[in-house]
Write a protein that binds this ligand. Structure first.
Ligand SMILES: [Zn+2]
Length: 120
């Protein structure tokens, strides 16, 4: 039984190359194993086309965050973002964020009015 110097797979003694990974078994133990064609740096993987994948609407994120800080601005941003998501035919994600921004912005405005009224 000969063990592969590269992957340690057991091979028959007469084997010239490893049945598992193809590394030459005639090489002395510890000798550098020549790289196998196809496992080295091959052609670059096709670049991911981000324009085809659905992406999150940045405005929806901005509207959500802003709705917590400033209700009116966040509400407006979220409504615009929601409309953009609706018109994008699924290309823009973030509809849920936009709805959350609209709700939070609305609550923020109502709370602001109540607090202002209570202060008077
Ligand atoms: Zn091997």
């Amino acid at each position: 039984m000969a063990f592969c110097p590269r992957c340690a797979a057991p091979n028959i003694d007469t084997a010239v190359a490893c049945a598992a990974c193809g590394a030459p078994l005639s090489a002395a133990p510890g000798a550098p194993v020549p790289p196998i064609a196809g496992l080295g740096p091959g052609p670059a993987t096709p670049s991911f086309d981000a324009s085809l994948a659905p992406r999150t609407n940045g405005l929806a994120i901005a509207g959500f965050v802003t709705s917590i800080l400033c209700g009116v601005v966040g509400l407006i941003l979220s409504i615009v973002a929601y409309n953009q998501c609706k018109k994008s035919n699924g290309q823009l994600k973030g509809e849920g964020l936009a709805i959350a921004g609209i709700i939070i912005g609305g609550v923020n405005i109502v709370l602001g009015i109540i607090l202002r009224a209570a202060a008077h």
